[in-house]
Design a protein around this ligand. Structure first.
Ligand code: PXP
Length: 259
Protein backbone atom coordinates (compact mmCIF):
# COMPACT_ATOMS: atom_id res chain seq x y z
CA UNK A 1 0.00 0.00 0.00
CA UNK A 2 1.55 3.29 -1.12
CA UNK A 3 1.52 6.55 0.81
CA UNK A 4 0.66 9.96 -0.58
CA UNK A 5 1.57 12.69 1.90
CA UNK A 6 -0.80 15.63 1.77
CA UNK A 7 1.30 18.71 2.56
CA UNK A 8 -1.50 21.32 2.50
CA UNK A 9 -1.27 21.83 6.24
CA UNK A 10 2.25 23.19 5.98
CA UNK A 11 0.70 25.98 3.93
CA UNK A 12 -2.11 26.28 6.50
CA UNK A 13 0.50 27.18 9.11
CA UNK A 14 2.14 29.66 6.77
CA UNK A 15 -1.20 31.29 6.00
CA UNK A 16 -1.87 31.75 9.72
CA UNK A 17 0.68 34.58 9.48
CA UNK A 18 0.42 35.35 5.77
CA UNK A 19 4.19 35.14 5.40
CA UNK A 20 6.55 32.81 3.53
CA UNK A 21 7.38 30.38 6.32
CA UNK A 22 7.01 27.38 6.48
CA UNK A 23 7.26 26.72 2.76
CA UNK A 24 5.57 23.48 1.61
CA UNK A 25 8.24 23.21 -1.07
CA UNK A 26 10.79 22.44 1.65
CA UNK A 27 8.85 19.26 2.47
CA UNK A 28 9.52 17.57 -0.87
CA UNK A 29 12.98 16.21 -0.16
CA UNK A 30 12.05 15.09 3.36
CA UNK A 31 8.95 13.25 2.10
CA UNK A 32 11.04 11.42 -0.48
CA UNK A 33 13.82 10.51 1.96
CA UNK A 34 11.31 9.29 4.55
CA UNK A 35 9.72 6.88 2.05
CA UNK A 36 6.60 8.69 0.83
CA UNK A 37 5.43 7.53 -2.59
CA UNK A 38 3.53 10.61 -3.66
CA UNK A 39 2.95 14.24 -2.80
CA UNK A 40 -0.68 15.31 -2.58
CA UNK A 41 -1.85 18.93 -2.62
CA UNK A 42 -5.26 20.56 -2.89
CA UNK A 43 -5.53 23.78 -4.86
CA UNK A 44 -8.76 25.12 -3.40
CA UNK A 45 -10.90 27.70 -5.17
CA UNK A 46 -10.44 30.07 -2.21
CA UNK A 47 -6.63 29.38 -2.13
CA UNK A 48 -6.85 29.09 1.65
CA UNK A 49 -3.59 27.12 1.87
CA UNK A 50 -1.86 26.03 -1.33
CA UNK A 51 -1.45 28.91 -3.80
CA UNK A 52 -0.95 28.70 -7.56
CA UNK A 53 2.77 29.42 -7.18
CA UNK A 54 3.12 26.58 -4.62
CA UNK A 55 1.34 24.15 -6.94
CA UNK A 56 3.53 25.20 -9.86
CA UNK A 57 6.79 24.84 -7.92
CA UNK A 58 5.78 21.58 -6.25
CA UNK A 59 4.74 19.98 -9.54
CA UNK A 60 7.87 21.19 -11.33
CA UNK A 61 10.35 20.27 -8.61
CA UNK A 62 8.98 17.15 -6.91
CA UNK A 63 10.91 13.95 -7.54
CA UNK A 64 7.78 12.08 -6.44
CA UNK A 65 4.59 12.02 -8.49
CA UNK A 66 2.19 14.81 -7.56
CA UNK A 67 -1.50 14.19 -7.04
CA UNK A 68 -3.35 17.50 -7.39
CA UNK A 69 -6.75 17.56 -5.71
CA UNK A 70 -9.16 20.12 -7.09
CA UNK A 71 -12.78 20.90 -7.80
CA UNK A 72 -14.47 20.55 -11.19
CA UNK A 73 -14.55 24.33 -11.59
CA UNK A 74 -13.47 25.39 -15.12
CA UNK A 75 -10.89 27.96 -13.96
CA UNK A 76 -9.19 25.44 -11.64
CA UNK A 77 -9.22 22.70 -14.28
CA UNK A 78 -7.57 25.09 -16.75
CA UNK A 79 -4.77 25.63 -14.22
CA UNK A 80 -4.47 21.86 -13.63
CA UNK A 81 -4.12 21.26 -17.37
CA UNK A 82 -1.36 23.87 -17.56
CA UNK A 83 0.48 22.48 -14.53
CA UNK A 84 0.26 18.88 -15.71
CA UNK A 85 0.58 16.98 -12.44
CA UNK A 86 0.87 13.21 -12.59
CA UNK A 87 -2.72 12.83 -11.38
CA UNK A 88 -5.74 15.01 -10.66
CA UNK A 89 -8.17 13.90 -7.99
CA UNK A 90 -11.52 15.61 -8.42
CA UNK A 91 -13.14 16.50 -5.13
CA UNK A 92 -16.33 18.35 -4.16
CA UNK A 93 -15.71 21.79 -2.75
CA UNK A 94 -17.78 24.10 -0.66
CA UNK A 95 -16.32 27.37 0.53
CA UNK A 96 -17.89 27.18 3.99
CA UNK A 97 -16.44 23.75 4.83
CA UNK A 98 -13.44 23.25 7.11
CA UNK A 99 -12.31 20.33 4.96
CA UNK A 100 -13.80 18.13 2.23
CA UNK A 101 -17.00 16.82 3.74
CA UNK A 102 -18.12 14.03 1.45
CA UNK A 103 -17.55 12.33 -1.85
CA UNK A 104 -18.15 13.84 -5.25
CA UNK A 105 -21.72 13.62 -6.56
CA UNK A 106 -20.73 11.95 -9.81
CA UNK A 107 -24.35 11.42 -10.85
CA UNK A 108 -25.49 14.99 -10.27
CA UNK A 109 -22.42 16.44 -12.02
CA UNK A 110 -22.02 13.77 -14.67
CA UNK A 111 -21.80 15.98 -17.74
CA UNK A 112 -19.38 18.49 -16.19
CA UNK A 113 -17.16 15.66 -14.83
CA UNK A 114 -17.22 13.96 -18.23
CA UNK A 115 -16.00 17.15 -19.87
CA UNK A 116 -13.30 17.63 -17.20
CA UNK A 117 -12.06 14.02 -17.40
CA UNK A 118 -11.76 14.30 -21.20
CA UNK A 119 -9.80 17.52 -20.88
CA UNK A 120 -7.44 16.06 -18.27
CA UNK A 121 -6.88 12.92 -20.34
CA UNK A 122 -6.17 15.07 -23.40
CA UNK A 123 -3.41 16.64 -21.31
CA UNK A 124 -2.10 13.19 -20.36
CA UNK A 125 -3.08 13.52 -16.71
CA UNK A 126 -4.56 10.48 -14.98
CA UNK A 127 -7.81 11.07 -13.14
CA UNK A 128 -9.17 9.95 -9.81
CA UNK A 129 -12.60 10.69 -8.37
CA UNK A 130 -12.96 11.16 -4.62
CA UNK A 131 -16.19 9.32 -3.85
CA UNK A 132 -18.10 7.77 -0.99
CA UNK A 133 -18.02 3.97 -0.85
CA UNK A 134 -21.11 3.37 -3.01
CA UNK A 135 -21.78 1.11 -5.99
CA UNK A 136 -23.38 3.71 -8.20
CA UNK A 137 -20.50 6.21 -7.88
CA UNK A 138 -17.96 3.46 -8.63
CA UNK A 139 -19.76 2.32 -11.76
CA UNK A 140 -20.11 5.91 -12.97
CA UNK A 141 -16.39 6.49 -12.35
CA UNK A 142 -15.65 3.52 -14.60
CA UNK A 143 -18.08 4.77 -17.23
CA UNK A 144 -16.21 8.08 -17.18
CA UNK A 145 -12.96 6.19 -17.92
CA UNK A 146 -11.18 7.36 -14.79
CA UNK A 147 -8.09 5.37 -13.86
CA UNK A 148 -8.61 5.73 -10.11
CA UNK A 149 -11.15 6.24 -7.42
CA UNK A 150 -10.30 7.47 -3.94
CA UNK A 151 -12.71 6.22 -1.32
CA UNK A 152 -13.68 8.75 1.32
CA UNK A 153 -12.77 7.33 4.73
CA UNK A 154 -14.08 10.33 6.67
CA UNK A 155 -17.10 8.62 8.20
CA UNK A 156 -15.04 5.57 9.13
CA UNK A 157 -12.54 7.90 10.84
CA UNK A 158 -15.31 9.73 12.68
CA UNK A 159 -16.84 6.54 14.02
CA UNK A 160 -13.39 5.31 15.05
CA UNK A 161 -12.68 8.56 16.89
CA UNK A 162 -16.01 8.45 18.72
CA UNK A 163 -15.43 4.86 19.76
CA UNK A 164 -11.77 4.85 20.75
CA UNK A 165 -10.48 8.35 21.28
CA UNK A 166 -13.43 9.67 23.25
CA UNK A 167 -13.15 12.76 21.10
CA UNK A 168 -16.10 15.04 20.77
CA UNK A 169 -14.46 16.75 17.79
CA UNK A 170 -14.52 14.57 14.71
CA UNK A 171 -12.74 15.04 11.43
CA UNK A 172 -15.46 16.85 9.64
CA UNK A 173 -18.77 18.24 10.56
CA UNK A 174 -21.09 15.28 10.37
CA UNK A 175 -23.62 15.47 13.14
CA UNK A 176 -22.40 14.03 16.39
CA UNK A 177 -24.20 10.73 16.85
CA UNK A 178 -25.58 9.81 20.24
CA UNK A 179 -24.78 6.13 20.10
CA UNK A 180 -23.81 3.45 22.61
CA UNK A 181 -20.43 1.70 22.34
CA UNK A 182 -22.18 -1.39 20.95
CA UNK A 183 -23.89 0.61 18.27
CA UNK A 184 -20.66 2.41 17.42
CA UNK A 185 -18.80 -0.90 17.21
CA UNK A 186 -21.43 -2.24 14.81
CA UNK A 187 -21.19 0.93 12.74
CA UNK A 188 -17.41 0.70 12.58
CA UNK A 189 -17.54 -2.93 11.43
CA UNK A 190 -20.15 -2.03 8.82
CA UNK A 191 -18.06 0.87 7.61
CA UNK A 192 -14.97 -1.32 7.17
CA UNK A 193 -17.05 -4.03 5.45
CA UNK A 194 -18.39 -1.45 3.00
CA UNK A 195 -14.99 0.06 2.23
CA UNK A 196 -13.71 -3.48 1.59
CA UNK A 197 -16.73 -4.48 -0.52
CA UNK A 198 -16.56 -1.40 -2.71
CA UNK A 199 -12.76 -1.52 -3.05
CA UNK A 200 -13.16 -5.07 -4.30
CA UNK A 201 -15.90 -4.09 -6.73
CA UNK A 202 -13.81 -1.21 -8.07
CA UNK A 203 -10.80 -3.49 -8.60
CA UNK A 204 -12.96 -6.09 -10.33
CA UNK A 205 -14.12 -3.56 -12.91
CA UNK A 206 -10.60 -2.31 -13.52
CA UNK A 207 -10.28 0.77 -11.33
CA UNK A 208 -7.30 1.44 -9.09
CA UNK A 209 -8.31 2.19 -5.53
CA UNK A 210 -6.95 4.82 -3.17
CA UNK A 211 -8.46 5.88 0.16
CA UNK A 212 -8.14 8.89 2.37
CA UNK A 213 -9.50 11.46 4.78
CA UNK A 214 -9.22 11.38 8.52
CA UNK A 215 -6.69 8.53 8.55
CA UNK A 216 -4.22 8.61 11.41
CA UNK A 217 -1.76 6.60 13.51
CA UNK A 218 -4.59 4.84 15.35
CA UNK A 219 -7.17 4.03 12.71
CA UNK A 220 -4.93 3.27 9.72
CA UNK A 221 -4.31 -0.31 10.80
CA UNK A 222 -7.92 -1.33 10.08
CA UNK A 223 -7.75 0.19 6.61
CA UNK A 224 -4.51 -1.67 5.84
CA UNK A 225 -6.42 -4.96 6.20
CA UNK A 226 -8.14 -4.10 2.89
CA UNK A 227 -5.77 -5.48 0.31
CA UNK A 228 -7.64 -4.00 -2.64
CA UNK A 229 -6.60 -0.48 -1.60
CA UNK A 230 -3.37 0.45 -3.35
CA UNK A 231 -2.73 3.87 -1.88
CA UNK A 232 -3.55 6.05 1.10
CA UNK A 233 -3.50 9.83 1.06
CA UNK A 234 -2.88 11.21 4.52
CA UNK A 235 -2.33 14.81 5.56
CA UNK A 236 -3.54 16.27 8.81
CA UNK A 237 -2.34 13.55 11.18
CA UNK A 238 1.14 13.42 9.61
CA UNK A 239 1.63 17.18 9.74
CA UNK A 240 0.22 17.26 13.30
CA UNK A 241 2.73 14.65 14.45
CA UNK A 242 5.55 16.40 12.63
CA UNK A 243 5.09 19.45 14.88
CA UNK A 244 6.43 17.32 17.74
CA UNK A 245 8.45 14.61 16.01
CA UNK A 246 9.60 16.19 12.78
CA UNK A 247 8.22 15.46 9.32
CA UNK A 248 10.69 12.70 8.50
CA UNK A 249 9.88 10.72 11.67
CA UNK A 250 6.14 11.30 11.25
CA UNK A 251 6.28 9.79 7.75
CA UNK A 252 8.53 6.89 8.80
CA UNK A 253 6.11 6.07 11.65
CA UNK A 254 3.02 5.98 9.45
CA UNK A 255 4.85 3.99 6.74
CA UNK A 256 5.82 1.46 9.39
CA UNK A 257 2.19 1.12 10.51
CA UNK A 258 1.03 0.70 6.93
CA UNK A 259 3.65 -2.00 6.35
N1 PXP B 1 -7.80 12.70 0.21
C1 PXP B 1 -8.56 13.73 -0.21
C2 PXP B 1 -9.28 13.60 -1.50
C3 PXP B 1 -8.66 14.92 0.56
O1 PXP B 1 -9.43 15.94 0.13
C4 PXP B 1 -7.92 15.03 1.75
C5 PXP B 1 -7.96 16.30 2.54
O2 PXP B 1 -7.36 17.32 1.82
C6 PXP B 1 -7.13 13.94 2.14
C7 PXP B 1 -7.11 12.78 1.37
C8 PXP B 1 -6.32 13.97 3.38
O3 PXP B 1 -7.16 14.03 4.49
P1 PXP B 1 -6.54 14.24 5.94
O4 PXP B 1 -5.89 15.59 5.94
O5 PXP B 1 -7.72 14.15 6.84
O6 PXP B 1 -5.54 13.14 6.15
Amino acid sequence: MKLGVNIDHIAVLREAREINDPNPLDALGICKLAGADQITIHLREDRRHIHDEDAKNIINLSALPVNLECSINDEIIKIACELKPHRVTLVPENRAEVTTEGGLDVKGNFEQIKKVVRLLHKNEIEVSLFIDPCEEMIKLSKELKCEWIELHTGSFANIYAMLFSGLDRTHHSIKQLELSRDELTKKLKKSIREIKKYSKLAREIGLKVAAGHGLNYQNVELITTIKEIEELNIGQSIIARSVFAGLEKAIIDIKELIK
